[in-house]
Design a protein around this ligand. Structure first.
Ligand code: MSP
Length: 501
């Protein structure tokens, strides 16, 4: 079996309800997965939920249910959300899956045995929300968490450490030798400087947190939630068959996900993450892989954050945007496309209903939607029947191939905004062609010339339908149906215009 194109989202915490920020990471990866499948690659798209830790225990307790009941419930909500957003994932891992817990335990014991994990004690300032210690230089004035701006908790505990410091030079060498490993570049530089500043060993167990994976050789400790979570990328894809005693269970799992061995997946081609968890994926995780003697992923990409009408999304502010509600109202595809046209992928962005409506009208209703309906209406009158191959030698066809090349280049950079810009730009060019050639007038004097223009437009639209498929799979399918060879029918607008109210 050949190596799969293996791509991952972070696994989502189950301590709050999923919102548009979470959907953003996953839709980004879904777009890439669909594009790569179009190109014929054997994609394996992994997502899941991160279910251990003190926060989750607290959320469950606050709801009066057991952590297991709580995690089952929220994990199911994520699955529902992915269904509603048309996410084509291939596998869904939960860190409470036995197959995952066994791999975490096996990795821990292996690293302990080889001396990459050792026992010590720790005191420091901990953020319960980030599940992370911050040192003096990182905290904000008044001892606040730099992410949550809330007071850090002073924690003293006996703990096991992972020898992160040992990998400092190896990491720096790896970054230097693989300039495309961390992306975008402006975020990569921050990481490199952080590592150059010196790495400290990482506390990887807790004695106070009960809702976690117990350390086999010292069950008073549970494994630190990030150490546990990062391992999902390899536990979901069969590392267990190499590490764990219970091989049968892991072999069964491999069969289920259509593979024979761990090497069919690993190394991952891409870890897609948000900027606030870039460091975990570009420093700690690579060091863990080095300690395990496993190759590093090809790329880690960190995207930016969404605010809503200028504010951070929060339950307290009551401004959390639920992508499923939005999709129910406006259609899932326009929501998916909006998120990736509005903001250059990698940078932060702001969500507002006004910008959503503006883009919907200008990019979809007035541009692509209008092009499709005017072309099909005119073609119904003047051509009557669509051939399988339309205008294959035309200038439009040639131009489409150029645009396609540009699009492929933008996908290589994960510049989803530029992909859409090219698609919408091409639709704009075709609309201009209609305005200039005026096929409805041309038809009065030269029916053949008018038909030729219309077939060029059909040719262009067929390209568009194919290009938008990763972003708007449902709409693309409907466009393809309308543009299929055969008799032309009458259709309702693909994107009914949204009024301003
Ligand atoms: N559980 C960890 C990840 C472990 S991966 C081994 C975690 N989970 S999370 O649920 O908090 O976040 C998951 C993803 O959602 C991150 O990529 C994060 O950037 C994204 N987003 C959450 N809120 C967001 C916005 N407001 N805007 C954009 N994305 C943000 O971290």
């Amino acid at each position: 079996m050949s190596k799969k194109f293996f791509i991952t989202t972070p696994i989502y915490y189950v301590n709050s309800v999923p919102h548009i920020g979470h959907a953003y990471t996953t839709i980004a990866l879904d777009i890439l997965a669909r594009y790569k499948r179009q190109k014929g690659l054997d994609v394996h798209f992994l997502t899941g939920t991160d279910e251990h830790g003190a926060n989750i225990e607290k959320s469950a307790c606050a709801q009066g249910v057991t952590p297991k009941e709580w995690t089952d419930n929220v994990s199911a909500q994520y699955k529902e959300m992915w269904k509603a957003l048309n996410i084509s994932y291939d596998d869904f891992i939960r860190t409470t899956d036995a197959k995952h817990e066994h791999v975490v335990q096996a990795i821990f014991e292996k690293l302990l045995k080889q001396g990459d994990i050792y026992k010590g004690s720790y005191s420091g300032n901990y953020c319960l929300s980030c599940e992370q210690y911050y040192d003096e230089s990182e905290m904000l004035e008044g001892g606040l968490c730099p992410v949550h701006k809330r007071p850090l908790t002073e924690v003293h505990e006996e703990t096991y450490f992972f020898k992160l410091s040992k990998y400092q030079d190896a990491l720096l060498k790896f970054y230097a030798d693989h300039p495309d490993f961390l992306s975008p570049k402006y975020r990569a530089n921050e990481i490199i400087n952080f590592v150059k500043g010196g790495l400290r060993d990482l506390s990887v167990t807790r004695t106070k947190v009960k809702w976690g994976v117990p350390v086999v050789s010292d069950p008073a400790h549970t494994v630190y939630v990030w150490f546990d979570a990062l391992i999902n990328y390899v536990s979901a894809t069969g590392l267990g068959t190499l590490l764990c005693e219970d091989k049968a269970e892991h072999e069964e799992q491999l069969k289920k996900i259509g593979a024979q061995s761990f090497e069919d997946f690993w190394p991952a081609n891409l870890h897609m993450v948000g900027k606030e968890i870039f460091r975990f994926h570009s420093v700690i995780w690579p060091a863990m892989l080095m300690a395990l003697g496993l190759p590093l992923p090809t790329k880690v990409f960190a995207h930016g954050w969404w605010t809503v009408e200028g504010e951070k999304m929060s339950k307290t502010l009551g401004n959390v945007v639920n992508p499923v509600e939005l999709a129910d109202k406006y259609g899932v595809d326009p929501v998916r496309a909006f998120l990736f046209r509005e903001v250059p992928f990698g940078q932060d962005g702001d969500f507002s209903m006004q910008s959503f409506k503006n883009r919907y009208n200008s990019d979809l209703a007035n541009n692509i939607g209008n092009l499709l309906s005017r072309t099909l209406n005119m073609a119904a009158k003047n051509v009557g029947y669509l051939p399988a191959e339309a205008a294959a030698q035309s200038a439009t066809h040639k131009r489409a191939l150029e645009v396609e090349k540009a699009i492929d280049g933008h996908y290589d950079e994960l510049a989803f905004d530029k992909v859409l810009e090219n698609i919408y730009g091409f639709a704009g060019e075709l609309n201009k062609l209609v305005d200039e050639k005026k096929p409805w007038e041309l038809a009065k004097t030269d029916k053949e010339a008018a038909a030729a223009v219309l077939l060029e437009l059909v040719c262009g639209l067929r390209f568009i339908a194919q290009w938008i498929a990763p972003f708007m799979p449902g709409i693309a399918q409907e466009m393809q149906r309308r543009l299929a060879p055969g008799k032309i029918e009458k259709y309702a607008p693909l994107f009914p215009r949204l009024e301003d109210k």
